[in-house]
Ligand binder design. Structure first.
Ligand code: CTP
Ligand code: MG
Length: 231
């Protein structure tokens, strides 16, 4: 069995879920009787036993999470306080990781609870084979156009991929990217930051169409359906 103690996993869950709405950020809602964020964390605990998991939470949610854990007898990973954007949340987590102790860093959206072991291991396997930045990707099924002001220009669908998490990185690379390109923390994923490093190849591995990000109302129902399919 592979040794995972040089792997750190950052689970970002400091968002407020504006698009999902409701009183409670979506990552704390139940999905088939289990809290979304606990499902996400447990997927990594099962796929990568011994890996170091960092959970990024908003300072607003710390008390809520502590109570949730004690009520459910759930052991929390180490917590890092997040920032105003996803990028700022990731940056805070990375500053808690020592690249001399950590070879690979996986970064995953807390709001993707259906991430499975096979996908996690595909990403890690590619890192172990030498890739510096790995992203799970899917082909588009709809057509795609680019916006130019009010006009739309057709684009070739096969030139594009949809990008998911977990994204995996050599630890020096991703820490370097976040330390040096802090002007742009509006990126919605981490390979976008890594890709700012000249000559760095971002490698794609097959994503999973069930690995949805809970984003809009109705997505939990869809995730429930996918869960049923996998039983
Ligand atoms: N995230 C974070 N810190 C932020 C913003 C987002 O850690 N300041 C996390 C979210 O908790 C989520 C992941 O990044 O797990 C993907 O973000 P998204 O789906 O956009 O979640 P929210 O930002 O919470 O939702 P919205 O954009 O609708 O407000
Ligand atoms: Mg967001």
């Amino acid at each position: 069995m592979e040794n995972n103690n040089k792997i750190s996993v950052v689970v970002v869950a400091a968002g407020s879920g504006r698009r999902y709405g409701g009183n409670l950020p979506k990552q704390f809602l139940p999905l088939d009787n289990k809290i979304i964020l606990c499902r996400t964390i447990d997927a990594f605990r099962e796929a990568l036993p011994g890996a170091n998991i960092l959970l990024v939470l908003s300072s607003n949610d710390l008390d809520f999470w502590e109570k949730l854990c004690s009520d459910n007898n759930y052991i929390s990973p180490q917590i890092v306080v997040g920032g105003d954007t996803r990028g700022a949340s990731v940056r805070n987590a990375l500053s808690n990781i020592d690249s001399n102790q950590t070879e690979y860093i996986l970064i995953h959206d807390g709001a993707r609870p259906l991430v499975n072991k096979e996908l996690i291991l595909r990403v890690v396997d590619r890192l172990r084979k030498g890739a510096k930045a790995v992203v799970p990707v899917l082909d588009l099924t709809d057509s795609i156009m680019e916006k130019f002001g009010t006009a739309l220009l057709p684009r070739n669908r096969s030139d594009y991929k949809l990008v998911q998490t977990p994204q995996g990185f050599n630890s020096f690379i991703i820490k370097f990217a976040y330390a040096n390109f802090i002007g742009n923390l509006t990126a919605t994923d981490d390979a976008t930051m890594a890709a700012k490093i000249p000559n760095l190849d971002v490698i794609g591995v097959e994503g999973d169409k069930h690995n949805i990000k809970i984003t809009h109302p109705g997505d939990i129902k869809l995730a429930e359906f996918y869960l049923e399919c996998s039983h």
